[in-house]
Design a protein. Structure first.
Ligand code: AHM
Ligand code: MG
Length: 349
């Protein structure tokens, strides 16, 4: 008998199909991921027409890091908060754009999960039509029978139950993990659905791309300088010299390296001794994805996912990507840890 079939698997179908894999499966985490994907579609729509409408430019306010916010940052933040607030699974959100955690009232305070999010990462690229992204991290709440609190967010990356990102690039993709491999979905604008395009993503063990803001070179620790120099050597056996690729949007640089192999580095610098990137909603979610895809993420000493956070907007150095490349960088850091490092970095490290 003829049975019509279609090849496309939508994100919604995939999430429901995988629901049984979740240790506490009752559909709440699935529902939370769906809420995030809906907000992602709305943000994508706005990102795509950003050049056409008066939504570009400074919003006139500064975020908690003292950085100027773009209008699209504000819009994305509002959309993700609204999507999470309207579901009943998320009890509270920590966002790069908000000083404090946002605790949802009413039924949502019973939600079992909290979400840490960078609603629009790489915001300096908005005005120039270069890829930007959203990064999210989901934890089970620790608090019970009371409103969510800071304690729910200050959990190690290894405690994440799910993590993901959306890259608004030449196409828009949502990539996520629930600790059971990594899967990527591409938005098909004609039907408005994220469709499974990259099942079971694996990060190549090594690559030939390094991503770092080399403009800060003189302020890097000696080990990072030596690693960069080794990337530039003529060394055919190890496929060096590597290519330098730095978009300046962490999500986009990470996404390319996830697919093609490579390393992304944001080390401590003289002016930013703890690096620039935020542990909770930038480094931890990408570290979970990297590890789930066979890659590695370190702060220069140990696994990023093993770091006990002390504050919401904590910054941390990041070395993330193909396992062999991260390992090699760590070797350089160990070998040159005492050499030629600016005194302020020695005390901070
Ligand atoms: P943002 O969250 O304010 O956009 O900052 C994070 C971004 C990352 O996406 C990117 O990799 C990095 O900052 C670039 O920083 P720099 O310009 O110092 O190289
Ligand atoms: Mg960011």
């Amino acid at each position: 008998m003829y049975r019509p079939r279609r090849n496309v698997v939508t994100l919604g179908e995939f999430i429901i199909d995988r629901q049984a894999d979740f240790p506490y499966a009752k559909g709440e985490l699935s529902s939370l991921l769906s809420d995030l994907s809906i907000a992602a579609k709305i943000v994508n729509h706005e990102v795509n027409k950003a050049g056409l409408v008066n939504i570009l430019g400074e919003a006139g306010s500064e975020n908690v890091q003292g950085e100027s916010q773009k209008k699209l940052d504000v819009f994305a933040n509002e959309q993700f908060l609204a999507a999470l607030a309207s579901g009943s699974e998320c009890a509270a959100v920590a966002s790069e754009e908000n000083d404090d955690i946002i605790i949802f009232d009413g039924t949502s305070s019973a939600g079992k999960y909290v979400v840490a999010i960078d609603p629009l990462d790489g915001s300096s690229n908005i005005d120039v039509n270069v890829s930007i992204g959203t990064i999210f991290s989901i934890y089970r709440r620790k608090t019970k029978n009371m409103p969510a609190s800071m304690e729910d967010f200050l959990q190690r990356g290894y405690d994440q139950v799910a993590a993901g990102y959306i890259v608004y690039g030449s196409s828009t993709m949502l990539v996520y993990t629930t600790g059971n491999g990594v899967n990527g979905f591409t938005l098909d604008p004609s039907i408005g659905e994220f469709c499974l395009s990259h099942p079971d993503m694996r990060m190549p063990k090594t690559g030939s791309v390094y991503s770092v803001n080399q403009g800060n070179f003189i302020h890097f620790p000696e080990g990072v300088k030596r690693y960069i120099k080794s990337c530039q050597m003529d060394d055919k056996a190890n496929k060096k010299p590597y290519s330098l690729r730095y978009i300046g949007s962490l999500v986009s640089d990470f996404h390319r390296n996830l697919i093609k192999g490579g390393i992304y580095i944001y080390p401590p610098t003289l002016h930013a001794p703890k690096g620039k990137l935020r542990l909770l909603y930038e480094c931890n979610p990408l570290a979970m994805i990297a590890e789930q895809a066979g890659g590695k993420a370190s702060d220069g000493f140990g696994d990023i996912l093993d770091v006990q956070p002390e504050e919401l907007h904590q910054r941390i150095p990041l070395y993330i990507g193909s396992e062999a490349m991260v390992e090699e960088t760590l070797q350089f850091l160990r070998e040159f840890k005492d050499e030629n490092v600016h005194p302020s970095l020695v005390t901070q490290l």
